[in-house]
Design a protein around this ligand. Structure first.
Ligand SMILES: Nc1ncnc2c1ncn2[C@@H]1O[C@H](COP(=O)(O)OP(=O)(O)OP(=O)(O)O)[C@@H](O)[C@H]1O
Ligand SMILES: [Mg+2]
Length: 274
């Protein structure tokens, strides 16, 4: 049981292995990864650049780049096996039951489309609703991410700040009421004060909607504040996992220790201010 009181993980990954075919060497980007994510919890994925964090998230979303493939293991979402589903079946799940927030909101948004319409389009793709209902729902989502919805709806991305763009991207990700959201470095393109606002917003949304987050970051200070549990990745392997307080406070794997030592000051200051 978790603090959420739920016995069943909404996402259960077992022995997941992802390889990239390269001309010279084959890369094992994710190596027999196993973990569960329970409803309403934030699971942090921590590791250095190249450790396999993004590949793990992309594999769960069925969005591996060319050359990458799942070569073993399983990904069960709400009891259903995702590994092996065809693209049409994955599209029905992606953006709806499992959605994602990317690092760079301006790249994630279409520069020539009004942002409100972009949120409404996600809703229309997954719901059999007329356009006025999709618009109303998009306005409600924009309000929920604390934007002035009526004002923002007709704006283009270049008219908004980076933080506002990320709020729009969050509204898109949450528009179809996902059970799991994969957020890959969702704040690393933003300046520090905006980062804290966005992470606080994600935390509120998690509580209100009982969403499970997989929060991917190389920054332990973020996880000290926002993660319930942490997976530590190194060379594609999950070398340690446990409660955030345990992993950050009493790391058991030498890699986690060295990772935290190199960033020790930041973790300490994040805890002190929380
Ligand atoms: N499109 C690709 N083609 C070939 N190899 C890739 C590709 N994407 C990732 N890899 C390799 O897979 C491994 C894991 O990369 P990944 O991008 O998942 O790491 P990461 O932990 O997200 O790093 P970062 O913190 O820099 O975002 C690395 O060895 C990387 O070189
Ligand atoms: Mg990455």
């Amino acid at each position: 049981m978790t603090k959420s009181g739920s016995a069943d993980p909404v996402l259960l990954v077992e022995n997941l292995t992802v390889r990239f075919q390269a001309p010279v060497v084959e890369v094992i980007a994710v190596d027999h990864a196993s973990f569960g994510v329970f409803p309403g919890e934030v699971v942090g994925v921590l590791g250095e650049s190249g450790s396999g964090k993004t590949t793990l998230g992309s594999a769960i979303l069925g969005l591996l780049p060319p050359g990458g493939s799942i070569t073993g293991g399983s990904i069960r979402f709400a009891g259903r096996e995702l590994n092996g589903l065809n693209e049409r079946e994955l599209q029905a799940i992606r953006g709806a039951a499992i959605s994602t927030i990317f690092q760079e909101p301006r790249i994630a948004l279409n520069p020539v489309m009004r942002v409100g319409v972009q949120v409404a389009e996600v809703i229309r793709a997954h719901r059999a609703w007329n356009s006025s209902k999709c618009r109303d729902e998009a306005l409600a989502m924009l309000t929920e991410v604390r934007l002035d919805a009526e004002k923002i709806y007709d704006a283009f991305p270049h008219e908004l700040s980076g933080g506002q763009c990320q709020r729009v991207a969050i509204a898109q990700a949450l528009a179809c009421r996902p059970q799991v959201v994969i957020a890959d470095e969702p704040t690393s393109s933003l300046d520090t004060t905006v980062q804290a606002d966005i992470l606080t917003l994600l935390s509120e949304l998690k509580e209100r909607r009982h969403i499970a987050f997989l929060l991917i970051t190389h920054n332990p200070a973020i996880l000290a504040k926002f993660a319930d549990r942490i997976l530590v990745m190194h060379s594609g392997k999950i070398v340690e996992q446990g409660l955030a307080t345990e992993v950050l406070g009493r790391p058991s794997h030498p890699y986690t220790k060295s990772l935290l030592n190199s960033r020790g000051q930041m973790v300490h200051s994040a805890r002190a201010s929380s």
